[in-house]
Design a protein around this ligand. Structure first.
Ligand code: ZN
Length: 414
């Protein structure tokens, strides 16, 4: 991934107290020297005079945050409507949405259906400010599945496999392979597949399982052949478990998992990506942002089940990454996810989800997720210690005082 690099004299972040998500310790004040987009060195006391100095005394420095489940093109909570929206309008909205994510401290996001190579390229080239974007294009869905946006009265499948559509309908192993290959042809970092029903889909039930085992295996095989991986949308344990058994790397949502699922996560070295804030937001304001009334009824209960699933997964040693899944104007609530998780997890566990575990899931460990020499200079400075309470991270407009991305200071309120 070629990021725009900040070339020129180094930047020195003085008096930085670094929160290490691995050990959970906060360092004594140090100087972080950033050059060519990377963290060059970390010293007890900065002696360098060349370059720019920023004094971070009193602030806690953390790795830039990673959200592994966003939809930057979700201009509405009515996903069918997005397909009929002007691509240029959706692009402009995505640019605004991504800018706001970066200002909250999210320096990397994984788009879980919708975003395409154009958006990823545009932000990498610096055409607008936003997080590093990993994308998969449209999510693969069976006829009548979670990303088949037709209502029961519609017969024709819209010609909608390209931006800004969120769904690509395919049935049978042959079509599933073709769809996977087509998504990969367009540069996907991953393939999204719908393994069960969902909240926003018009004709399915949350509890339904989707795609046959052979179809799922075919998609996983194509992804692996290309050096990519599959993330699977799944609610009921039956769907989660089928996905994990077939080699799906991350299960999205996972609210209705069971004991068997926990064992499978561990055995398959897979990840769970809960997305809790979206249920709260949908329940409180979903209809205002286009969530059809038929979908609103599905939200009830999913938040509580999701919190319980997260608690069990965390206690059971499952690798859990941070995700939000917010749609339309509800995306402003991204950082509230920290507080929801904090009701069932320790602050350190939640911080690990949004840093080191997210990096591992994205296969970017060693590149992002820690503040160490050789890593990308993606970091934030917060006013307060998030280990004492995640509320700090939930109010980024107040607490996030500095955002640095690939060595560029993109937000400076120090
Ligand atoms: Zn989603």
């Amino acid at each position: 991934m070629d990021r725009r690099k900040h070339l020129g004299p180094p930047t020195h972040l003085d008096n930085a107290q670094i929160l290490d998500p691995v050990s959970g310790a906060i360092s004594e004040p140090v100087t972080i020297t950033v050059a060519d987009g990377l963290i060059a060195e970390i010293q007890d006391r900065g002696s360098a005079t060349d370059g720019r100095h920023l004094d971070l005394a009193g602030l806690v420095v953390m790795p830039g945050l990673i959200d592994c489940h966003v939809h930057v093109t979700a201009s509405s909570a009515d996903e069918a409507a997005i397909t009929d929206t002007s691509p240029s309008y959706v692009t402009a909205l995505a640019a605004k949405s991504m800018h706001d994510m970066l200002m909250r401290g999210f320096t990397t996001v994984r788009d879980a259906a919708g975003a395409d190579y154009g958006l990823s390229l545009a932000v990498a080239e610096g055409l607008f400010l936003g997080p590093r974007l990993l994308f998969g294009g449209p999510g693969l869905t069976q006829t009548g599945g979670h990303a088949d946006h037709r209502g029961p009265g519609q017969i024709v499948v819209p010609h909608a496999s390209s931006f800004p559509s969120h769904g690509l309908v395919c049935d049978g192993e042959v079509e599933a392979r073709r769809a996977a290959r087509d998504v990969l042809r367009r540069g996907a970092d991953h393939i999204k597949i719908m393994l069960s029903g969902g909240v926003a889909s018009p004709t399915d039930r949350v509890e339904s399982t989707q795609f046959s085992a052979s179809e799922i295996r075919a998609v996983v095989e194509e992804a692996n052949a290309a050096g990519r991986y599959v993330l699977g949308h799944a609610y009921p344990a039956a769907a989660i478990n089928r996905g994990l058994e077939a080699g799906v790397r991350s299960i999205e949502h996972g609210n209705l998992l069971d004991e068997t699922s926990l064992d499978l996560f561990i055995r398959m070295n897979a990840f769970l990506v809960p997305t809790l804030i979206t249920y709260r937001a949908l329940a409180e304001e979903g209809e205002r942002w286009g969530l059809p009334a038929r979908s609103a009824a599905k939200v009830t209960d999913l938040l509580e089940r999701g919190l319980e699933a997260l608690r069990r997964a965390d206690e059971g040693g499952v690798q859990v990454a941070f995700g939000t899944d917010l749609l339309g104007g509800m995306q402003r609530r991204q950082s509230e996810e920290f507080v929801l998780r904090g009701t069932v997890q320790s602050p350190l566990s939640v911080i690990r989800s949004a840093t080191i575990t997210g990096a591992k899931l994205l296969r970017l460990d060693g590149v992002i997720g820690e503040v160490k020499p050789g890593y990308a200079a993606d970091l934030i400075a917060v006013d307060g210690n998030p280990l004492d309470g995640l509320e700090i991270l939930a109010e980024p407009e107040k607490s996030v005082r500095l955002v640095m991305q690939s060595g560029d200071v993109v937000r400076n309120n120090v």
